[in-house]
Design a protein around this ligand. Structure first.
Ligand code: HEC
Length: 402
């Protein structure tokens, strides 16, 4: 099955599931749980299996087509009396020949919050609050570095997983939320991870999940030099010269370059191809295109969130640059002291297909020779932007497009 067809199937199933939940909510059959309509069933569609098992995906698609054909035949038979018997027979045949997928591949166990979406918008201040929750409630098992080697880990029946890899991206947000809140069990029913229950608010659970994701992204970048799972720019309030944007969300649709300034460094040259957002501590009174807004504490939290996704200590942050694509995804990183951009700086190359994230990364083409002025359309930034726009990010969570 082609990646486009598979994407279409996943998107269709995702929309159908969300639509069913909305309909049941409207009918009063899906009451609210933790602020959003609950998923009332014990199972949901296992999108993960469709992604990894092409034969299964094909069977699901063909079965859906057979069901659609059978429904169509039955609908036609209502007004069309003379063909009723033939159409009825056709419907039966279609249902019999459908290559029904196996139920255990089609469905996976669900919880009431399975389809919940995080309400946080990946806010920088929330990520930093989430870090404090992590220190208080999670670090003793999961460890300060998230690898699962906290001081209490050795006494557990099961070793906590390394949270710095792809694990978080393989799960649905709502199911992570549920596991943190309600805890986890092994097959024998014994508790493997205790839930936080009411000790931590719902908002704090969403924030700790954002922290885990920001931290995992930074560790991934440190270890492999790439963000092989996509991460967004941590959201923040901004103040821009044009006066139009008030939040980084308002900048979605434009490419953004984030520059971490420090006192005494010359101001970042602006570029018409990107909105320049100057974080860190620029010299007082410097005229910048956009800057984060908020109290000194908020600005400190913004720097901390940026340091987390970059996987560097906050003290080493000045001089780093980031390029955010039109969808709000972090795509390129510029290290301190570098003079010009090249395609090699594209550290998130996640392509459009759901499988792309696990497929081998394309080998970066050698950087084109730099023309004298960085503004000419043949410079490294130009090549980087062209590549970034040609390979948009599509986030996949638990196999579903997000
Ligand atoms: C008492 C030790 C302990 C504490 C405290 C703890 N965890 Fe865990 N955690 C575990 C273990 C063990 C597992 C693996 C459980 C399993 O797979 O059955 C786990 C698994 C996880 C997972 C992976 C879930 C998945 O879908 O596979 C996440 C995410 C997680 N913990 C987050 C947290 C967060 C956030 C906190 C703090 C609010 C926390 N944990 C507190 C021990 C702990």
């Amino acid at each position: 099955m082609s990646p486009e067809l598979l994407n279409g199937l996943l998107e269709g199933l995702h929309a159908a599931q969300q639509g069913l939940r909305a309909l049941l909510h409207l009918l009063g059959l899906a009451p609210d749980a933790h602020g959003q309509p609950a998923w009332p069933f014990a199972h949901r569609i296992a999108a993960e299996m469709l992604v990894v098992d092409a034969g299964h995906a094909r069977r699901v698609l063909l079965s859906l087509l057979c069901v659609a054909g059978a429904v169509l035949a039955l609908l036609l038979s209502l007004p069309w009396r003379r063909a009723r018997v033939a159409l009825g027979a056709l419907a039966v045949v279609l249902l019999v020949i459908a290559p029904w997928p196996q139920a255990h591949l089609l469905l996976s166990p669900a919880v009431p919050t399975s389809l919940h979406q995080s309400p946080t918008r990946f806010e920088a201040t929330g990520i930093v609050r989430g870090q404090a929750v992590y220190q208080q409630h999670c670090v003793r098992c999961h460890g300060a570095d998230g690898r699962g080697e906290g001081p209490d880990a050795a006494q557990l029946a099961q070793w906590p997983p390394n949270l710095n890899g792809a694990l978080l991206w393989k799960r649905l947000d709502g199911e992570l939320f549920w596991r943190v809140r309600e805890g986890m069990h092994n097959r024998a029913g014994a508790v493997t991870m205790p839930g936080v229950g009411d000790a931590v608010s719902d908002a704090q659970i969403w924030e700790v999940l954002d922290y885990l994701q920001a931290h995992a992204a930074g560790q991934m970048l440190r270890e492999s030099g790439t963000w092989d799972r996509p991460v967004r720019l941590p959201a923040m309030a901004v103040q821009c010269r044009s006066g139009r944007a008030r939040q980084t969300h308002d900048l979605v649709g434009q490419r953004v370059r984030v520059v971490v300034a420090s006192q005494g460094t010359p101001p970042a040259a602006e570029d018409p191809r990107l909105v320049t957002l100057v974080a860190g501590t620029p010299d007082a009174g410097s005229d910048v295109e956009c800057q984060p807004q908020g109290s000194p504490d908020t600005r400190k939290a913004i720097d901390e969130a940026l340091a987390l996704v970059l996987g560097v200590p906050t003290a080493e942050l000045p001089g780093y640059q980031l390029i955010v694509d039109r969808g709000g995804w972090l795509r390129a990183r510029g290290q301190p002291g570098k003079a010009a951009w090249s395609e090699d700086d594209l550290v998130c190359r996640s392509g459009a297909a759901p499988m792309a994230a696990s497929a081998p990364l394309p080998i970066a083409a050698p950087a084109p020779a730099l023309a004298a002025g960085t503004d000419t359309p043949t410079d490294g930034l130009h090549a980087l932007i062209r590549r970034m726009d040609a390979e948009p990010v599509r986030l996949v969570r638990g196999g579903f497009p997000h």
